[in-house]
Write a protein that binds this ligand. Structure first.
Ligand code: SF4
Length: 191
């Protein structure tokens, strides 16, 4: 992240290039994202891509993130040459987020972040900066998201062990369902 104070007049309009979905790394997930996905039914969609970073010695989780897809040179599309990885929730053809209305708070705040004192730009080369017209309402939304991301960060770290247990429970249940489905497929009565 570029630690540069927000210019006096910040104007931004997303140009729908998907750039942020390639360059943001890690795509951190916070408690408010998980809670929202749990209630709006998105959790099952996002779950396969969630990754908990663990401290190797203690196995204490340190962050939750979306595991990005590594872009191999021979699989890159022409407009992906400069990128190394991409969020698996991006439709790489249309450059649209497949969970746009409920995307992570980090994505809602982009290209801003909040450092506790100032708003800062994450990406000076974001093609949406200095484009379009910035309504007061839009600016407020982005700033609110950046502040929520900032305050959620510390809180999420403290409840990560609980989140870890929940994710493990979910993972076990999914594995059991999968095993039961496989068994059902293989049983003679199901033929
Ligand atoms: S969640 Fe959506 S907006 Fe956020 S990086 Fe992934 S595709 Fe982009």
């Amino acid at each position: 992240m570029v630690n540069k104070e927000l210019m006096p007049k910040f104007i931004f309009e997303c140009q729908k290039t998907g750039r942020c979905c390639y360059i943001v790394d890690p795509i951190k997930i916070f408690d408010i994202d998980l809670a929202r996905w749990w209630t709006d039914g998105t959790f099952g969609t996002v779950f396969p891509y969630l990754n908990l970073n663990m401290m190797t010695e203690t196995l204490v989780p340190t962050e939750v993130k979306i595991e990005k897809t590594i872009l191999l040179e021979n699989e890159k599309k022409p407009n992906e040459r400069e990128f190394n990885s991409v969020c698996p929730l991006l439709n790489r053809e249309t450059k649209e987020c497949t969970i746009y209305s409920t995307r992570p708070i980090t994505c809602k705040a982009f290209p801003l972040a909040y450092n506790g004192e100032n708003f800062v730009l994450r990406d000076l080369e974001c093609p949406g900066i200095d484009k379009g017209t910035m309504t007061a309402e839009h600016l407020k939304q982005i700033r609110t998201a950046a502040k929520r991301e900032y305050t959620s960060n510390n809180r999420t770290v403290t409840i990560l062990p609980a989140i870890h247990s929940l994710l493990m429970k979910e993972l076990t249940e999914l594995a059991m369902k999968e095993a039961a489905a496989q068994k059902e497929k293989g049983s003679p009565e199901s033929e």
